[in-house]
Design a binder for this molecule. Structure first.
Ligand code: DC
Length: 222
């Protein structure tokens, strides 16, 4: 039986970094579900598909192939064979991915794919609805959180490191707006599963969070 770890939480909570590090340490295949919605978004931009064009969306879901591979320790995403790992993080995709992730047909297809990935592999999967919807029977469920102010600080720091000019108040406003949208969404709203363990990373280092979650997994796995 596959062992499944579900990591959910809001934007900027550090899920990506933490999931990748815990996956390596605990020998679990890391699956970033946000990246799947990003691949679909890129395909829709390139092929000029509107989110309201149900026919085109249906056809796209039949044609599209999303693969993940680890190359030299780095997770790569492939869209119909093309490495799109960089492109799916670009501004155009950022702008539409939230709306794309709310299209019912897209959501159903991605959840099916995510469940298939968990059939035979020991995985750690990060997203918004993994513990509540994709794997309600996951072996370990973590809800990773941090205050909006701390998440804004982290984003500001990341932007400075990348040489991107930004403003703390604007970032904070945007994070609060996204939180509200994510939590009140009609489709797969972000919420903590009843049996998820709440981990607040506000005052913890990356190392401390990784230790804590790895410890929880270790205890369950025996
Ligand atoms: O984690 P991320 O920023 O790469 O996620 C991209 C978008 O996809 C974000 O708007 C939330 C959405 N998402 C989702 O609705 N369900 C998931 N399981 C993962 C991401």
């Amino acid at each position: 039986m596959a062992f499944i770890v579900a990591i959910d939480g809001p934007a900027g909570s550090g899920k990506g970094t933490i999931t990748s590090l815990v996956g390596k340490r605990m020998n679990l295949v890391n699956i970033d579900t946000g990246a799947m919605y990003r691949c679909i978004s890129l395909y829709m931009i390139r092929n000029n598909i509107s989110k309201d064009d149900k026919e085109a969306i249906k056809k796209m879901l039949e044609e599209i192939k999303i693969d993940m591979k680890k190359i030299d320790g780095v997770d790569k995403f492939y869209l119909n064979g093309e490495d799109v790992s960089g492109k799916i993080r670009e501004k155009e995709v950022n702008e539409i991915v939230s709306q794309v992730s709310h299209i019912i047909e897209v959501r159903e297809a991605m959840v099916d794919l995510q469940r298939k990935m968990g059939e035979n592999l020991d995985i750690i999967m990060e997203g918004r609805d993994i513990g509540t919807n994709v794997f309600p029977n996951a072996d370990v469920k973590i809800y990773l959180d941090a205050t909006a102010e701390e998440r804004a600080n982290r984003r500001l720091k990341q932007n400075m490191e990348k040489g991107i000019e930004s403003n703390y108040e604007e970032i904070l406003e945007n994070i609060k707006f996204r939180d509200h949208n994510d939590k009140t969404s009609d489709v797969a709203p972000l919420r903590q599963a009843e049996d998820a363990i709440y981990v607040d990373s506000t005052n913890l280092s990356i190392e401390e969070v990784v230790d804590k979650i790895s410890g929880i997994i270790q205890e369950k796995r025996g």
